[in-house]
Design a protein around this ligand. Structure first.
Ligand code: EPU
Length: 310
């Protein structure tokens, strides 16, 4: 599928998109990330039409700025000073879930909703998505996973909008280069939809799998707190949570951020915590783990905006 760039017939600039209402400026992002902290986006757009993406592509071509694709904000720490450039989020029109032979989901749909909608329709195999509280777009970009499965196991293809070309294209799973928490979806690309493979089956069977996963998460992860899931990727053959725990870092705190007592690879923010607290805690834990064990942990959560200067 290809959608070619529709020229709007006038010079598109950021100023004209602000004038038209597509772009809002200085928009607080704290309420739309699970950590509920960090500063505003310099520019923010909620997208409900391909034409809106074409307009942003045109403005980017004339005046390039950084682009951040924001999903459910469940894996993200936004800097306290906010983010320069444009933050793009998919709205209702790109959050639909439809069932046919495959399960089609817009990039803005929540992965838990995909699991529940497919199960209800008697399509099984996607139940594990209930354990990943992100968007489909974020899940594809990160090849998210849980319970021994990952997006790569169930994805047929994704529809990706490329801001440099001003059009979307369908990419088979093999073309996405998915590996552990990695894809080749670039910073100027946006996952606007995905098609998942699922098998016909009984809703009750899927419902029971969903219950097992939600119960396991309740027992093993710090639900009900402000967090963004796993902070570090698991090193090959081991678990970051196990290592951080073994080094004795549960409860370690920097400002309003602390290592969860329930799962050591989850860092919990108190209300009023700063993004820089989370960042410094991440640096501190990585340094202590490396000193104690020699293991160099890599972050799994994404930091957006300026942190290094602090
Ligand atoms: N463990 C400890 N102490 C802790 C935490 C864990 O000893 O504080 C031990 C556990 O007892 C277990 C092992 O470490 O033996 C692994 O822990 P767990 O089963 O919780 O899995 P994980 O490797 O920490 C991964 C994913 C999670 C996903 C779970 C369940 C990564 C980085 N994390 O966690 O994904 O939910 O498996 O499938 O791959 C996420 O990506 O945000 C995320 C939460």
């Amino acid at each position: 599928m290809r959608t070619t760039h529709h020229s709007p017939g006038f010079a598109v600039t950021w100023a004209s998109l602000i004038e038209s209402g597509l772009i809002r400026t200085n928009v607080g992002l704290d309420r739309i990330t699970t950590y509920k902290l960090g500063g505003p986006a310099q520019m923010f757009a909620e997208i409900n039409r391909i034409a809106d993406l074409d307009h942003i592509a045109a403005a980017l071509a004339a005046d390039p700025v950084p682009v951040l694709a924001l999903g459910r904000g469940s894996n993200l720490v936004i800097a306290d000073e906010g983010i320069a450039g444009v933050v793009i989020r998919l709205g209702q029109e790109f959050s639909r879930i439809e069932i046919s032979q495959m399960v089609h989901a817009g990039g803005g749909a929540g992965m838990p909703q995909v699991a529940r909608t497919a199960t209800k329709a008697g399509r099984l195999g996607l139940e594990f998505l209930v354990g990943i509280p992100g968007s489909v777009g974020g899940g594809v970009r990160q090849n998210a996973g849980c319970f021994g499965q990952e997006i790569a196991d169930v994805l047929a293809n994704a529809v990706i909008y490329d801001f440099r070309q001003g059009r979307s294209r369908s990419v088979d799973v093999s073309g996405l280069d998915l590996s552990y928490r990695h894809s080749r979806v670039g910073p100027y690309e946006l996952v606007i939809g995905a098609n998942f493979r699922a098998q016909p089956g009984e809703t009750e069977v899927g419902d029971e799998r969903i219950r097992v996963i939600t119960r396991w998460r309740r027992d093993n992860q710090p639900g009900g707190t402000l967090n963004a899931g796993s902070v570090f990727k698991n090193p090959p053959g081991d678990s970051a949570g196990r290592i951080i725990d073994a080094v004795g870092l549960k409860g370690l705190a920097v400002g309003g951020a602390s290592v969860s007592e329930r799962h050591a690879n989850f860092f919990v923010a108190m209300p009023g915590a700063k993004a820089i607290d989370v960042y410094r805690l991440v640096r501190e834990v990585a340094a202590r783990v490396e000193k104690a064990t020699g293991v160099v942990l890599e972050t799994e959560i994404q930091f957006a905006g300026a942190f290094e200067s602090e």
